[in-house]
Design a protein around this ligand. Structure first.
Ligand code: NAP
Length: 527
């Protein structure tokens, strides 16, 4: 590897921007960030539904090296987080590295030359094509279709994915959806041009997104039918505006904000004791959540409907002060009989009752089990990453996958959290990648590929840690796949992950120099 290692990063969310910032700090200038949108921000650009906010305190849900004394609330809302990310991209000089409107179509690893061959497409043209052909994000593209917009080729040595684990919307497979003549959209594709005032709206799903937008929809709509399959556990959100004197203090004494950040970190971290080590302790949280229901919902029937029957924490614990009060309104109904089909004008429940609606909003989440689309990343032997993940996504330290050399996945398998800030995990992974790059440069390695057995042992350890945790307590959640394998969550303390990723452990990798690569290719190696 030479000093000027061409590196491509995909995405400009916390992961992609954080990676770019650290590369620049270390003196790398020759890198590109591919961004399919026309702005930075990742999930905080794409999710802009009414009420969208973070459920982790902003003092912690932000880069450790770029604290923001001006957060307006304890838990910032989407627009403010997006502005923060734009500020980071500008401040750290990343804009000149970003290629906007550029969609990564495919990435193939060339084993002979140790490069990733990328094909990119102009995203507006590609999206127009997908719309015309009724394709959804994540659907495979027919590369032989002459209608498909032209791809541009480029080559890089290092490929870093900052695509995130929750970016491809999941749509329910409900009979008749294609017949519906009203308005339909997913929470991630909110149509702000559609006026909800006076409309009859069906919402499907009661996850982290829905509990934020349902109260806002209920303010406008004439009627809301909320189709709930499984009730979430919801706790009070200790949110409040930041006080002027607090912001002034944080500006003048950054250590004060660091102290708040640390206090929040350790408070959230203490939950791992119950979540991962002794789920019986979750009873305490359950009592508080039950109190929240009793306090906010007077009607017994509704209370029963919204009270989960699984251990709290098995699915993500949600925070809200206005969700239950929204449900308790007369024009909002929680429907628990399931959906049989959708007709041209409404939704039919499993009792055969049809309710006419003007719009259906999907709060049905994301394709967390196949976070990277099929047909996109091809490693050694032209193997599709999703084929390598047929039994469930897995990586080594959430970052590298055997057979996919020089490919680093930020927010990869088993790096997700149910209890703390993803930015902390992202920064840990970035440190690991930076150390990998430094060692590659020092040692002259052109390719690093994690050993198969190392990855297998690591994942056996992860699954063993997940057994007996609250996530293994029998509920249906996107944390685990259909075989019960935890493919998404980090099942331990986040500081333990940071320890693991502090240094690139090259002995766990096959590290190849140019000479050994040329040997592999059958070329004569000069003495
Ligand atoms: P989600 O948590 O996966 O919730 C999806 C909801 O849709 C669930 O209630 C699910 O029911 C329901 N559903 C799915 N398919 C259905 C079907 N065919 N019929 C009926 N109901 C169906 O998705 P999300 O709310 O978009 O949140 C996803 C993740 O994004 C969160 O877990 C979180 O990590 C992240 N997020 C974070 C924040 C934040 O503040 N930091 C905010 C929003 C989202 P079941 O429970 O029965 O499966």
């Amino acid at each position: 590897m030479t000093d000027k290692t061409p590196i491509a990063i995909i995405g400009t969310g916390f992961a992609g921007l954080g990676m770019g910032i650290k590369l620049k700090e270390a003196g790398y200038e020759d890198f590109v960030i591919l961004e399919q949108g026309s702005d930075v921000g990742g999930t905080w650009r794409d999710n802009h539904y009414p009420g969208c906010a973070c459920d982790v305190q902003s003092a912690l849900y932000s880069f450790s090296f770029e604290q923001n004394p001006n957060w307006s609330r304890m838990y910032a809302q989407q627009g403010e987080i997006l502005d923060y990310l734009r500020h980071c991209a500008e401040k750290y000089g990343l804009m000149k590295h970003i290629r906007f409107n550029t969609h990564l179509a495919t990435a193939h690893y060339d084993e002979q030359r140790n490069v990733w061959k990328l094909e990119t497409a102009d995203s507006p043209a590609l999206w127009a094509y997908m719309q015309k052909h009724d394709l959804k994000p994540g659907d495979a593209l027919d590369v032989n279709d002459p209608d498909l917009p032209a791809f541009e080729a480029m080559e890089v040595n290092i490929l870093v994915s900052g695509m995130g684990g929750l970016s491809t919307p999941a749509y329910p497979n409900i009979q008749g959806l294609d017949r519906f003549r009203g308005k339909m959209f997913h929470s991630q594709d909110w149509d702000h041009g559609y006026d909800l005032k006076g409309k009859r709206v069906a919402v499907i799903g009661t996850g982290a997104s829905a509990i934020q937008f349902v109260p806002e929809v209920a303010k406008e709509a004439a009627r809301v039918d909320l189709y709930q399959r499984t009730p979430p556990w919801v706790m009070p959100k200790p949110d409040r505006p930041m006080k002027g004197w607090e912001q002034a203090l944080f500006r003048r004494v950054p250590a004060a904000q660091s102290a708040l950040r640390n206090a929040i970190y350790w408070q959230l971290e203490s939950r791992v004791l119950a979540l991962a080590l002794n789920p019986r302790l979750m009873k305490v949280a359950e009592l508080e959540a039950r109190r929240h229901i009793r306090k906010q919902i007077p009607d017994r029937t509704l209370r029963r409907k919204v009270t989960p029957d699984y251990t709290i924490g098995c699915k993500r614990i949600l925070l809200s002060n206005n969700y239950y009060p929204a449900l308790a309104q007369d024009h909002v109904d929680v429907r628990t009989d399931g959906i049989q089909e959708v007709t041209a004008g409404g939704v039919v429940d499993k009792n055969g009752v049809e309710r006419e609606v003007d719009a259906i909003i999907f709060g049905t989440g994301f394709r967390a089990q196949d976070p990277i689309p099929h047909g996109m990343i091809f490693g050694r032997g032209n193997r599709d990453l999703l084929d390598a993940w047929r039994d469930g996504a897995e990586a080594y330290k959430g970052t590298t996958v055997h057979g996919f050399p020089n490919f680093f996945i930020l927010v990869g398998p088993n790096t997700g959290l149910g209890h703390s800030s993803m930015v902390y995990m992202i920064e840990s992974q970035i440190q690991y990648v930076m150390d990998a790059l430094a060692q590659m440069r020092q040692q002259g390695w052109e390719a690093v590929d994690v050993k198969e057995g190392v990855q297998a042992d690591y994942n056996a350890m992860l699954q063993a840690k997940s057994d007996g945790s609250v996530w293994d307590s029998g509920c249906n959640s996107w944390y685990v796949n259909e075989n019960g394998k935890n493919t998404t969550l980090w099942p331990s303390f986040t500081w333990a992950f940071r320890q693991q990723t502090n240094r690139f452990d090259a002995q766990q990798y096959v590290c190849e120099t140019s000479a050994s690569l040329r040997e592999v290719a059958g070329e004569a190696v000069p003495a």
